[in-house]
Design a binder for this molecule. Structure first.
Ligand SMILES: Cc1ncc(C[n+]2csc(CCOP(=O)(O)OP(=O)(O)O)c2C)c(N)n1
Ligand SMILES: [Mg+2]
Length: 609
């Protein structure tokens, strides 16, 4: 057997650099790194040695550079991913939130946090967590519940099995999620004679598991007997690259389609059968059909509460749920008629088998009246009042073409974007709403731009989320990956303030002006962004915003536009009830009143049915 002598870190980097996807591309775009003790000597030297064959980028925060990696994978429909390496201790645990985000969203990312010495000679090292009763625990155990595959590399040769296992998880459509290899720092530096065969380029197939025939037959029976079916398109439609198959299926059988946050842009917004977004942040058209549907055909969706209106949206007493999902875990939720299989091949198979089945006609007035409502709330305001989120969305929409990708994650914006953004092309809508993690936005925008350098990336972010995490803006400038960021400054956590008031609470600890303070908060966002190297300006009206968007598009550098917005208007159109538990006992009448409404609403919930 021919061997090559390398350190474990060198072997890891060399192995990663020869993994390919089905299209012949490198599976890994490269590696984000913040060095410290635990990775600078071993991984640092290995990454340096790899040079351009496996590029390394320096981030400003472990969580946010991991967000960039995850967004890159999402924008690549999981066909490509990135690695992320950190020091031990805080560098590693900073990344745990990002791991949870990738886990929830089923997105591939390889985490390589440094780990304590396997030989334990210098214990306890700087930043080492000491467990009094378990010598095997390190800070990296925090990754276990939020990794699809976890391993701790305590001997070099473990990589021979650990790396292929990690790759299998990253490339498996059902299992997909974060893989974490805690890499003991002494082991990173240890040499080993590796079989050369380990570094032969490997192509990972685009797996498309076919469903069981009995399940297909059950699905056909369920659809044939349905008069008012509704398709709910989830993120799985994109990851399976099944948008065309979904359109064929829907049109051939005349079944309306509603989209989840992750599924949005599966069909163009102006497709006759695209009834808009579903659920708590849904369009009135899609929700009206959902309420009455006798069969919900869920394709590639986890059916989270925003999609199901906390399981109160589907009101037809005879409704059934048919779930097509590559992950059995999802397909079997809610006692659905399950079809465990790839969305693309399953939809094609069903389309053929259903032949000339057509569902009942959908009243076109439903969509028309919804689109009229969208036009109304997104139109430029006439007076001088502070603009709403919806009006800012309208301006950004009017300023961008169908190639643009809008990026968002938390706050009031995701709900408004879900309802109002008119996505024309698949993947033109990138909203992380599985974990809805404040701070994903700018780092995510950077990752999206790295995946789609030819598309305009527009990040929309609230002041709260910007303040939580913004430093990869400087990285976008440094790396020359231009993103446009629109900051909507409503002086606080506007959506949570509204939720607080809707549940009977007093406006408390959300808006900056009503939070405890000595000096009123006065953050100059444009100056802040400018100090990080972006071109930045503040505008004072929707018209000015549209003018600034022209300058932003022409700019060759990341560009930030700040606009003050009104924190109070909530959903002006669409939407549905969402289960947020209201206190059962309170001395405040507004809470008691909210509790009464809450109990009434709970009666419509169908949790086990
Ligand atoms: C990391 C994280 N912490 C807390 C939350 C809960 N949360 C959701 S939205 C929000 C406020 C967001 O404020 P901002 O970005 O200004 O948007 P706005 O609500 O004002 O539209 C909070 C605190 C979250 N989603 N993520
Ligand atoms: Mg805000």
């Amino acid at each position: 057997m021919k061997t090559v002598r390398l350190t474990a870190a060198q072997a890891l980097v060399r192995y990663l650099s020869v993994q390919r996807n089905h299209d012949g591309e490198d599976f890994f775009g490269g590696c984000w790194a913040i060095f410290g003790h635990g990775n600078v000597a071993g991984m640092g030297e290995a990454l340096h040695g790899a040079g351009d064959s496996f590029p390394t980028w320096r981030g400003h925060n472990e969580q946010s550079m991991a967000h960039a990696a995850i967004a890159y994978a999402k924008a690549s429909n999981r066909k490509r991913a990135m690695a992320v390496t950190t020091s031990i201790g805080p560098g590693a645990t900073n990344m745990v939130t990002a791991a949870a985000l990738a886990h929830v969203n089923r997105l591939p990312v390889l985490f390589i946090p440094g780990d304590v010495f396997a030989n334990r000679a210098p214990d306890p090292v700087l930043q080492q967590i000491e467990d009094f009763g378990d010598g095997t625990i390190s800070a990296n155990d925090c990754f276990k519940p939020v990794s699809r595959y976890f391993d701790r590399i305590t001997r070099p040769e473990q990589l021979l099995t650990a790396l292929p296992r990690a790759m299998a998880v990253l490339t498996d459509p059902a299992d997909c999620g974060p893989a974490t290899l805690g890499f003991c720092q002494d082991v990173q530096a240890e040499a080993y004679d590796w079989p050369e065969s380990f570094f032969v380029p490997k192509t990972w197939k685009n797996l498309r598991p076919r469903a069981d025939l009995q399940q297909i037959e059950d699905a056909i029976g369920a659809i044939r007997s349905a008069k008012k079916p509704l398709i709910i398109a989830g993120g799985g439609v994109h990851y399976a690259q099944a948008c065309d198959d979904l359109r064929d299926f829907a049109h051939r059988h005349n079944i309306p389609v509603a989209e989840t946050q992750a599924g949005k842009s599966a069909l163009p917004w102006d497709d006759d059968l695209n009834m808009g977004s579903i659920g708590v942040t849904g369009a009135s058209s899609a929700n009206a059909i959902a309420e009455d549907a006798d069969l919900i055909i869920a394709v590639g969706t986890r059916l989270q509460d925003f999609t199901t209106g906390s399981w109160s949206l589907f009101k037809n007493p005879d409704r059934r749920i048919l779930s097509i999902n590559v992950a059995a875990y999802d397909a079997r939720k809610h006692d659905a008629i399950s079809v465990v299989g790839d969305a693309k091949v399953t939809l094609a198979e069903l389309t053929n088998a259903l032949a000339d089945y057509r569902a009942g006609a959908v009243d076109p007035a439903l969509k028309q009246s919804w689109m009229d409502a969208v036009e109304g709330v997104t139109a430029a305001p006439t007076g001088n009042a502070l603009p709403t989120d919806a009006q800012v969305i309208g301006a950004v929409q009017r300023s961008t073409d169908e190639n643009a990708i809008v990026v968002c994650a938390a706050g009031g914006l995701p709900g408004e974007l879900h309802k109002l953004w008119k996505a024309a092309r698949p993947n033109g809508y990138h909203v992380e709403y599985g974990f809805s993690c404040m701070g994903y936005e700018i780092a995510g925008g950077l990752g999206v731009k790295m995946a789609c350098p030819d598309r305009e990336v527009v990040v929309m972010v609230g002041d709260g989320s910007y303040m939580m995490m913004n430093s990869e803006l400087a990285t976008s400038v440094m790396l020359g990956h231009k993103i446009i960021t629109v900051i909507l400054d409503n002086r606080g956590f506007g959506c949570i303030n509204r939720l607080q008031m809707a549940t009977g609470g007093e406006s408390f600890n959300n808006l900056l002006d009503t939070a405890r303070h000595v000096v009123p908060s006065a953050i100059d966002f444009a100056a802040h962004a400018g100090a990080m190297g972006a071109i930045a300006e503040k505008v004072s009206s929707i018209n000015e915003l549209e003018d600034a968007m022209v300058r932003a598009k022409e700019a060759d550098r990341s560009y930030v536009i700040v606009i003050d917005t009104d924190p109070l208007p909530s959903k002006e159109a669409g939407g549905h009830w969402w289960d947020v538990a209201v206190p059962e006992v309170s001395v405040r009448p507004s809470v008691n009143e909210a509790r009464k409404n809450y109990e009434a609403a709970l009666k419509k919930q169908r949790p086990g049915d």
